[in-house]
Design a binder for this molecule. Structure first.
Ligand SMILES: O=C(O)[C@H](O)[C@@H](O)[C@H](O)[C@H](O)COP(=O)(O)O
Length: 240
């Protein structure tokens, strides 16, 4: 059973807390599916951005089983490691193996990686590709690291200030951050916070503590910028 509470957190993020990660996955998948189907009914199409990492696999599989008009949905990534799609580190691979299956197999996928000489060139190419998608995003599903990063907004990213620029016109930016491992490609904050539905999917006590801190005294953590600037209050989905 979900326990839902408004918090005094930054910009009134809404917490949805679940007894299990399985229950969270099903609830978030249902919420995301509702948002996508409503977008299809409103504008004939839906645009979804999902994150990678180790948390979202269960949610992505649950979403693939949702019965919506997947043929009208385009899926892209919140961020991507600068690696080929056959790499075990690839978020595109995670999405193809977990989301673009079952009912969602017919959805269109627009990844961020391309085999460019530099991550900067790859970001330019991705930005050009995504500029032809029906922006703004209808839904953005974010994760968070225990360092308070979300997307590829790593605290040690050299261009963090421009990544978090709420007025940026850039769609995809390159990121070099030692804490992020290989170079990254990321949607900018400006493209994420304009989404009609922004969910933050976190699991475990440590991430709960970090997000509470980010919403309070530790306002410098990158995730706080999303909480403060999202067009709609961020929907936090958490399980132990
Ligand atoms: O490419 C990525 O790694 C993600 O998009 C990233 O932003 C992720 O959401 C956090 O790093 C949390 O990762 P975990 O789910 O592995 O804790």
């Amino acid at each position: 059973m979900a326990r839902e509470r408004l918090s005094g957190m930054a910009d009134d993020a809404t917490w949805h807390e679940f007894a299990s990660r399985e229950e969270l996955a099903e609830a978030l998948a249902s919420a995301a599916a509702d948002v996508l189907q409503a977008a299809i009914e409103r504008r004939g199409t839906a645009l979804l951005a999902v994150s990678g990492g180790t948390t979202p696999g269960r949610f992505l599989a649950a979403l693939s089983r949702q019965d919506i008009e997947w043929g009208r949905v385009t899926v892209t990534l919140v961020d991507e490691r600068f690696v080929p799609e056959d790499s075990p580190r690839s978020n595109a691979r995670l999405v193809r193996e977990n989301l673009l299956q079952d009912k969602a197999a017919v959805a269109r996928f627009a990844g961020l990686f391309s085999d460019a000489n530099t991550v900067e060139d790859a970001a330019d190419r991705a930005g050009e590709r995504l500029s032809h998608l029906p922006l703004p995003l209808d839904a953005a599903i974010l994760g968070m690291g225990t360092d308070g990063h979300t997307a590829s907004f790593f605290p040690d990213a050299g261009n963090l200030k421009s990544l978090l620029d709420r007025f940026a016109e850039t769609i995809v930016a390159p990121v070099h951050a030692a804490s992020g491992g290989e170079p990254r490609l990321t949607l900018t904050l400006a493209r994420i916070v304009e989404a009609g539905f922004v969910a933050l999917h976190i699991e475990g006590a440590e991430k709960h503590r970090v997000l509470e801190a980010a919403s309070g005294a530790e306002a410098h953590l990158p995730v706080r910028a999303v909480l403060d600037r999202a067009r709609q209050p961020v929907q936090v989905f958490w399980a132990p």
